[in-house]
Write a protein that binds this ligand. Structure first.
Ligand code: V47
Ligand code: SF4
Length: 359
């Protein structure tokens, strides 16, 4: 196999194999991979780059799981453990709507004591705060937990959540799907197969979702490729994923932070985004999440196949508790400026990738 062979396949719009993706991860010429990914992206999306105006709400950090990469979760007794009440949730949603947000992104820990009604009330509270807000909430991991809590099936749980205002799902909780890695990262979490199974039901329920991959800890390139292959296979089947978001591992305040993983850093971030663009030919959008990448790598990634910069975020806990040095929030003007300075066209989108405004 040669790089030229893979480049010819990309030019001919032929699907890449797992071996091709592995070859690209191991190939030392980042710029060549980036050029190929940028061309593949431009064929799909031109020079347009999406962002949205959103606000995150992490309703609680109390969690029954103790994932080894997580600096956010606490037991109920620990200092810093919290659970927002409905008034606090409502205030955040009202403030977001008044600042022009179109999306509320809600995820949190797996709280041992909250009833299923809390989650329904949280959705209806946000929905009632403003009809303009799309609610993107709960990872596949939380959905499985809520199904156990409510004693309903996954599809029954989704139906109830939809009735209360759920609009789509974020892509968290995927981590690395392969069992050997997952056992080291998060032995208490649902398996990779279960994560995919929940997403399949989400898509069958008519909801869109996102997909992530947490990278840069104990995994190998082969584990990453296996992860991408499973996402691509499910996407072939359902078409329900809107975007792929690689999440760069943040090292502070968690048990895996001491590891010296050679697969991390700016070059690896850009390569991971570029290979994802090339291999995931059935995903329209590849997102650089600036919270984990930092502003400069996120902006640079627009020349490496990325066409989405996430949003304004406002209040971020998961990455920042783990040491992310990016700001808490980004103004719309700042995101527009980043995109323009990369020679691209900023497009504000809604959660479902409808175009709202060109800048
Ligand atoms: O599921 C936890 C990850 C995820 C760390 O769908 C960590 O639009 C890095 O999924 N270092 C939550 N990552 C965030 C997430 C997300 C973010 C932005 C947009 C979307 C979307 C989804 O954060 C968790 C986990 O995979 N995470 N700890 C850490 N130390
Ligand atoms: Fe809990 Fe999610 Fe953190 Fe795991 S990653 S400990 S499930 S909050």
């Amino acid at each position: 196999m040669t790089f030229e062979h893979i480049a010819a396949k990309v030019a001919a719009r032929e699907r890449l194999t797992e071996d091709d993706a592995l070859f690209l991860f191991e190939y030392p010429d980042l710029i060549a991979i980036g050029e190929l990914a940028a061309a593949a992206n431009e064929r799909k999306n031109g020079r347009r780059v999406f962002f949205n105006v959103n606000r995150h709400i992490n309703h609680t950090n109390i969690c029954v799981n103790r994932c080894n990469f997580c600096a956010f979760s606490k037991t109920a007794e620990e200092d810093g453990a919290y659970c927002l009440d409905m008034e606090e949730i409502r205030n955040r949603a009202v403030e977001a709507a008044s600042q022009g947000a179109t999306e509320i992104h809600i995820v949190g820990g797996l709280h041992p004591d909250l009833p299923f009604d809390f989650y329904l009330e949280m959705l209806s509270t946000v929905r009632d705060a403003s009809p303009k807000l799309h609610i993107k909430a709960f990872t596949a991991v939380e959905i499985e937990y809520l199904a156990r809590l409510s004693s309903l099936s996954i599809s029954g749980t989704l139906e109830k959540l939809k009735e209360a205002g759920l609009g789509s799902l974020p892509g968290g909780g995927a981590e690395i799907l392969r069992k050997a890695v997952r056992d080291r990262l998060c032995p208490e979490k649902i398996s990779g197969e279960e994560w995919l199974g929940v997403m399949k039901e989400v898509h069958h329920a008519g909801l869109k979702s996102n997909a992530t991959m947490l990278y840069g800890h104990v995994e190998t390139y082969s584990d990453r490729v296996d992860h991408l292959r499973r996402l691509r296979d499910l996407q072939d089947e359902t078409g329900g994923f809107q975007v792929f978001i690689p999440l760069a591992f943040q090292k502070e305040n968690n048990p895996l932070g001491h590891l010296k993983n050679p697969l991390s850093g700016g070059v690896d971030d850009l390569k991971t985004l570029a290979v994802s663009r090339l291999y995931l030919d059935n995903f329209d959008n590849i997102k650089a999440y600036w919270v984990m990448l930092g502003e400069k790598i996120a902006q640079t990634s627009l020349c490496f196949g990325v066409n989405d910069l996430d949003g304004t975020v406002v209040e971020e806990k998961i990455g920042h508790d783990a040491g992310a040095s990016s700001p808490q929030t980004m103004t719309k003007e700042n995101i527009v400026d980043m995109i323009r300075k990369a020679g691209r066209i900023p497009i504000e989108r809604d959660t479902l990738y409808n175009e709202l405004r060109m800048y």
